[in-house]
Design a protein around this ligand. Structure first.
Ligand SMILES: Nc1ncnc2c1ncn2[C@@H]1O[C@H](COP(=O)(O)OP(=O)(O)OP(=O)(O)O)[C@@H](O)[C@H]1O
Length: 236
């Protein structure tokens, strides 16, 4: 058992109340160690988005415990005062679409988040460029988002997810629009970044192309998580 990374114990989420109540999460147990990338899979309506929203402190669970690093962030109620800072500094998000701001160059797109956290512009841009080096898009640092290919835009979006050095990254269908080769490249990058920055990464996916790459998978069915061993095919 690791103290770091993310640990979820007995998390439940009920939407609404009375006759119309929906128990979207009935029993969620998960742990993801620093440096690990796990898959979260499950049929439509099984609770994947609800779980990501709880983990990302976007909605409040109904019960259970969530531990981030050494801190209990939720225990039948939020245990951190500033949820905005928690989302900004300790959780990185990567979505299916890159959602880059079209009128900022790609470096500013990534530097914006540390700047919101109070980092001076030059330092924030420097940090963005360091990530671009690791992600092999440094040569595009001054380009506008519309001048980048889809795969390059997704790498910039990954840099944005990593830039505040969060201990956890939540990736929601990050490879859905990509072909096989690019999808596997994104997974390889996420694995490299997880190890380099000791990040715990959760990838929600339906993408058959990448499911065999995970060493560990959480399968969620009707709001209950089941841990499974994955094939870990590419990264054995
Ligand atoms: N805001 C809400 N109010 C009431 N019920 C909700 C709400 N959001 C989701 N649900 C219900 O909770 C259950 C889980 O939904 P959720 O969106 O988490 O599933 P999912 O696994 O992400 O599905 P998909 O793969 O289709 O996106 C579903 O029955 C859904 O109808």
């Amino acid at each position: 058992m690791t103290a770091k990374g993310i640990r979820i114990e007995g998390v439940k989420k009920r939407y609404g109340s009375g006759d119309t109540a929906v128990d979207a999460l009935k029993m969620v147990n998960m742990h993801v160690a620093p440096g690990e990338v796990v898959g979260l899979i499950g049929p439509s309506g099984s609770g994947k988005s609800t779980l990501l929203k709880c983990l990302g402190a976007v909605i409040e669970p109904t019960a259970g415990k969530m531990i981030l690093g050494d801190d209990i962030i939720y225990d039948d109620g939020w245990k951190v005062k500033d949820l905005r800072a928690l989302r900004r500094d300790r959780i990185g998000f990567v979505f299916q679409a890159p959602y880059l701001i079209p009128f900022l160059d790609v470096t500013d797109n990534v530097a914006l988040l540390p700047m919101l956290a109070g980092m001076p512009n030059t330092e924030a841009r420097k940090r963005a460029i360091e990530l671009f080096k690791a992600l092999d898009v440094e040569h595009r640092a001054k380009a506008m988002p519309s001048q980048l290919s889809g795969g390059e835009q997704q790498r910039v979006a990954i840099a944005r997810g990593l830039v505040n050095r969060p201990p956890v990254i939540l990736a929601d269908e990050p490879t859905a629009p990509l072909d096989s080769e690019r999808a596997l490249a994104v997974i390889r990058i996420l694995n490299d970044m997880a190890q380099k920055f000791e990040t715990a990464i959760i990838v929600v996916t339906h993408d058959e192309k990448i499911i065999p790459t995970f060493k560990r998978i959480y399968n969620i069915r009707e709001g209950v998580t089941y841990e499974e061993e994955g094939e870990g095919r590419v990264f054995k």
